[in-house]
Design a protein around this ligand. Sequence first.
Ligand code: ATP
Ligand code: MG
Length: 264
Amino acid sequence: MKMTDNRSAAAAAAAAAVNQIEVDDVTFGYAPHKPILRNVSVKISKGRFVGLLGPSGSGKSTLLKIIIGLHKPWNGTIRFFGNSSTESYAYSSKSIGYVPQVESIDWNFPVTVKEVIGMGIWDRSGITPWFSKDVDAMVGVILDDLGIYNSEFRNRQIRELSGGEQQRVFLARALIRKPTILVLDEPISGVDYNTREKIMEILRSLNHDLDMTIIMTTHDLGGIGKRLPWVICMNKAIIAEGDPSMILTEDNLLRTYGLADYNE
Ligand code: ATP
Ligand code: MG
């Protein structure tokens, strides 16, 4: 059936209104009867740059892992572009680049920068990625973009790098997938002011130039949170979201960080 112009316009408007990521009424915990996330709903449209704020233990990393498909919610759904999350859109789909929280990584294994970045496309190439010349070239380009390229850097052991260098190597590992959604867990924790600003500049240009949707957690309320275009405050449940100038009020900060019980 041929659509009239009006109906085509309506369909286009409806498509534009569909959220890229939709977390709908999600409840999840690691132990029975002890939910960490409670009825969490979040909608993120394409091209948004969102900061996820909340105290330690409030479920930020857990929510990111639910979004990328590492954990399955007890209740509720995750949708991408209006479709329920399936294997085709989970982390393995390569549409999502994920930068894990550095504190959660075991640095004792012997692995080089190039090997870590190559792991980002392990499942795409089907072969051990750092044997491929294509991957070698891609690693060089990405390191260059991130301002950490030189000929010996790619062969350095990951455990010998500074915190800021490690953060960027894990960002490179996410970017080599050419994702449309970038999910970052504390990408600027433990780095100095200049490194923080450099990483934020890279993220802003990925968001602005490539229209990449970005969601990142941070504890840096004043330095970064206040400068992001959109923030979500959470403490197991969503407390507030919007423009930080409207959202980071005393009342919301008290409800997010102050008296909330997040240690149960
Ligand atoms: P931080 O700011 O310290 O990174 P967070 O907001 O990211 O904290 P989560 O890592 O999501 O918090 O953890 C939320 C709660 O779930 C914490 O109480 C934590 O101990 C618990 N938790 C996280 N991962 C697991 C796990 N794999 N098994 C059991 N409990 C877990
Ligand atoms: Mg965390």
